[in-house]
Design a binder for this molecule. Structure first.
Ligand code: FAD
Length: 460
């Protein structure tokens, strides 16, 4: 069994956390011959070399000036050439990178390398001529090999043993891959960042309240059910012929067009065919995991740019300008697509509970109190990564950059400090309420209402 693991080096120089899980998962497969591969600057050689100590038989660095500045499609194109050359039974990718945060490269690579695909893998249950996995949102799935799996944050990457030896890193250039330079790097990338600016959008003006006012605040917040939470700014100029896949993206579409057609979310082949036949100016997708997967597959089939997780759209009547948070949500990037139709996934409201109660690390000693409080309001309990990492609550509950994105009507953060990584996953919630004894905790900058108190004192 040959397994190829795609790995990206993060801005901190370390392995992208989801890729670390993909690597660990590959190392756990019995009798597997594991190869790791990364696209990056020549300096990434040492990074890959260190990782060979964990057990990969082979390490390959795709490095060439022609690869620089690649978006997800150009990256997938380059990786696909390597996959075809190496011919593995399985390709493992992390669900997404923290730098790009798109979850597109895996599905695009599966199209271009002609493998089957399972995304959001929580466990690999069987491997043979077929592979069966439990996924995060879509049950158990079985596909035939060769297959590509995108792995969630389901394990911890092992440490090297003292006796382990360094392997070797092969460097492959564009020429080694037989790559068409026009499809690589910046030249081959259909999406373009026009500009970036600091993201202040998540910040709110917090009104501090007493614990006695809490239930009334929650009731009032629930009554805002019909308010639009997302993207309320209509454009003076309109774009003709905009397609939305499912009803989710409609509030976004209505800000840029009066000419909207809905297509049901079916499979990538059917949708690619319809889009190429009917030639809309833009196609908008939701941000649930199936929409993310199918949109990336359609982009790869049609060779189109795809902007992920847009929070705002603008048009001058000709171009579509897509705005999205980048770099863990600290900046906003304005993006255009050089290919038509422009395609984007937009941050849609996910189905889920009206009220979510987040039990942060500061609530760890009072979990029963938080659970009772959540039950009283029929709220869904969610959490932060620190609570997950400390085995207090399961990963399926984690909200944030490396967890899930949620946008309930009311989000009550209890014992949550408000790290940007957590904020990225909940800032589109309707009303945000924070409970924390530290009045300077950053969470209050992102909350509409705050109670400066200890969990127990505030909830009992
Ligand atoms: C690459 C990367 C990705 C990450 N992804 C995520 C992610 O997806 N989701 C995520 O959540 N985090 C993520 N993190 C971690 C994130 O940076 C924070 O470390 C984490 O969110 C902190 O969790 P916390 O707020 O529960 O804990 P802490 O930061 O420890 O905060 C605990 C809070 O509880 C308060 N407190 C203490 N005692 C009490 C009490 N008795 N009652 C009430 N409050 C109390 C404290 O004042 C404090 O503000 C990521 C980090 C990195 C580096």
């Amino acid at each position: 069994m040959k397994i190829l693991v795609c790995i990206r080096q993060g801005l901190d120089g370390e392995i992208n956390p989801f890729d670390a899980c993909a690597y660990e998962e590959a190392l756990r497969v019995k009798n597997a011959e594991v190869t790791i591969i990364s696209m990056g600057a020549p300096s990434a050689k040492d990074f890959l070399l260190r990782l060979t100590r964990l057990g990969a038989k082979r390490a390959i660095l795709l490095s060439d000036n022609a690869f620089a500045g690649a978006d997800t499609l150009a990256t997938a194109y380059t990786l696909a050439l390597a996959v075809k050359k190496l011919n593995p039974d399985l390709v493992f990718c992390g669900r997404q990178t923290l730098v790009g945060d798109t979850a597109q490269t895996g599905p695009m690579l599966s199209v271009l390398a002609k493998t089957s695909l399972i995304t959001n893998v929580m466990s690999i249950d069987e491997i043979g001529d077929t592979v069966t996995c439990t996924t995060r949102d879509n049950g158990t799935q079985t596909v035939t090999t060769p297959a590509l799996l995108t792995i969630e944050r389901i394990n911890n990457l092992r440490l090297p043993s003292i006796m382990s030896k360094l392997g070797e890193v092969e460097i492959w250039s564009a020429e080694d891959l037989g790559a068409d330079i026009e499809k690589c790097g910046l030249i081959g990338s259909p999406t373009r960042v026009v500009k970036t600016f600091e993201n202040e959008s998540g910040k709110r003006k917090c009104k501090f309240i007493s614990k006695e006012e809490l239930s009334q605040v929650i009731i009032t917040a629930l009554q805002k059910r019909n308010d639009t939470i997302v993207n309320p700014v209509p454009n003076p100029q309109k774009l003709d012929k905009v397609f939305i896949i499912g009803e989710g993206p409609r509030p976004f579409a209505e800000t840029i067009s009066d000419d909207i057609t809905v297509l049901p979310l079916t499979n990538s082949e059917d949708l690619a065919k319809k889009i190429s036949e009917l030639k809309p100016n833009a196609v908008l997708w939701g941000s649930d995991s199936i929409s993310k997967k199918v949109s990336a597959q359609v982009a790869a089939i049609l060779n189109l740019g795809l902007c992920a997780d847009c929070t705002l759209l603008e048009t001058d009547g000709v171009e579509l300008y897509m705005y999205r948070p980048a770099l863990s949500g600290s900046v906003i990037a304005k993006i255009v697509s050089r290919t038509k139709p422009a395609m984007a996934t937009v941050r849609t409201t996910q189905n889920g509970a009206d009220i979510m109660v987040a039990a942060g690390y500061g609530a760890k000693d009072n979990l029963d109190t938080v659970r009772d409080f959540a039950e009283k309001y029929s709220a869904e309990l969610v959490t932060t990564r620190k609570s997950v990492d400390n085995d207090i609550l399961p990963y399926t509950m984690q909200v944030g950059l490396t967890g899930k994105t949620v946008s309930p009507l009311v989000y009550i953060a209890i014992g949550v400090s408000g790290a940007v990584h957590h904020i990225a996953g909940m800032q589109k919630s309707g009303t945000i309420i924070a409970i924390n004894p530290d009045k300077d905790a950053p969470i209050f900058d992102y909350a509409d209402f705050g109670i400066v108190d200890d969990v127990k004192a505030a909830l009992i």
